[in-house]
Design a protein around this ligand. Structure first.
Ligand SMILES: C[S@@+](CC[C@H](N)C(=O)[O-])C[C@H]1O[C@@H](n2cnc3c(N)ncnc32)[C@H](O)[C@@H]1O
Length: 334
């Protein structure tokens, strides 16, 4: 923030330009082309099949906000931020930029006023179907979303593993586990455990290669289905990362009750979710909450709101372990 409130709010208003500029740089894989050192805008344009003048204008704008750095002769280098756009980064974020800049997602945000006026889900009102059905019908949007989730999970897995000890579990079921990035990280750290990855059939279709690449496929079952119908039985830990925040309370309780039905003492439920901070703090969670309102039709919650969800679905919150930007919330059966 500067000392000029007009300039400060102007830069917030114009934030959408940065989102799209980063999305384009990510789509063109510019960061990968800078991995081995500086390159000129002309060279990058030829490598990315782009217009040299327009690409230079894109990169100098991004350099002005620290995403790249412009050096002499219209050449560019990576910065710590654009390093995360590299496909081989340990905390890769380029696929998230591609996902949030994707027109179907972006248009739902353009319909935020509808959500605020009515409390309804903007995506459903705009597209006439919910976001999961939309992705089921649009293979590319589905692939970009799943890749974004996998890469974001990869970046966040370390924090989860340092916050919570999974070594006491023999069978971990990851419900709504996407393509298995978090489960693979847990199984790699816990050689005694086996896992079951459960998600929608169209999502788990792409999981086998990930799990094989991480060397855990021999200890992992892959099951497709809907968590509104049933989830696999027999686990001693039921994990759900960033699943419950996609849903309003009625659906969230329905999902938790389905898990409860599959669980036997002494199994534990482990929700990995952000919690809403006190007033004026942690904008990321509060904007993620708006994202939940607009896109899937869910909400971020406070710790007490999570405790109430557990109570309503046959669980009791036993502990909350902070894990970086998120938390591991452990619950036992009641
Ligand atoms: C926000 S993503 C989180 C994915 C993963 N847990 C992670 O942290 O990367 C929510 C997941 O819920 C899954 N999902 C949505 N509806 C579902 C349903 N009815 N049954 C099973 N999974 C569902 C989605 O396919 C998606 O993978």
């Amino acid at each position: 923030m500067t000392s000029n409130p007009w300039l400060d709010i102007l830069s917030l208003i114009n934030g959408f330009q940065i989102t799209q500029a980063i999305r384009v740089a990510a789509t063109l894989c510019v960061a990968d082309h800078l991995r081995d050192g500086p390159r000129s805008a002309d060279e990058l344009a030829s490598l990315t099949h782009s217009n040299a003048d327009a690409l230079y204008r894109l990169l100098r704008a991004l350099a002005a906000v620290g995403v790249f750095r412009e050096i002499a002769d219209r050449r560019f280098v990576l910065t710590p931020m654009s390093d995360c756009l590299r496909s081989d980064s340990s905390t890769p974020i380029g696929s998230w930029a591609e996902h949030v800049g994707n027109p179907y997602f972006w248009q739902a945000w353009g319909h935020l006023l509808h959500s605020v006026r009515t409390g309804e889900n903007a995506f459903q009102d705009l597209h006439g179907i919910d976001v999961w059905q939309y992705r089921a019908e649009h293979a590319e949007a589905n692939a970009i979303f799943n890749r974004a989730m996998t890469n974001m999970s990869r970046g966040g897995s370390e924090a989860v593993l340092s916050a919570y000890d999974f070594s006491g579990f023999a069978h971990i079921v990851d419900v709504g586990g996407g393509q298995g990035a978090l489960l693979a990280a847990i199984l790699s750290a816990c050689p005694q455990a086996r896992g079951t990855l459960f998600d929608q059939p169209r999502v788990v279709e792409g999981a086998e290669a990930n799990l094989r690449e991480r060397g855990v496929i021999s200890r992992c079952n892959i099951v497709g289905g809907s968590f509104f119908d049933s989830v696999p039985e027999g686990g001693d830990a039921y994990l759900m990362r960033y699943v419950i925040h996609d849903w309003e309370d009625r659906e969230a309780i329905a999902i938790l009750k389905v898990c409860r039905r599959a669980m036997r003492e002494p199994a534990r439920l482990l929700l990995i979710e952000r919690t809403v901070a006190p007033p004026n703090e942690i904008p990321a969670t509060k904007f993620s909450d708006l994202n939940m309102l607009v896109v899937p039709g869910g909400r971020e919650r406070t710790r007490d709101e999570f405790a109430s969800l557990f109570e309503a679905s046959g669980f009791a919150l036993t502990r909350v372990a902070p894990a970086g930007m998120t938390n591991v919330m452990e619950a036992c059966l009641r």
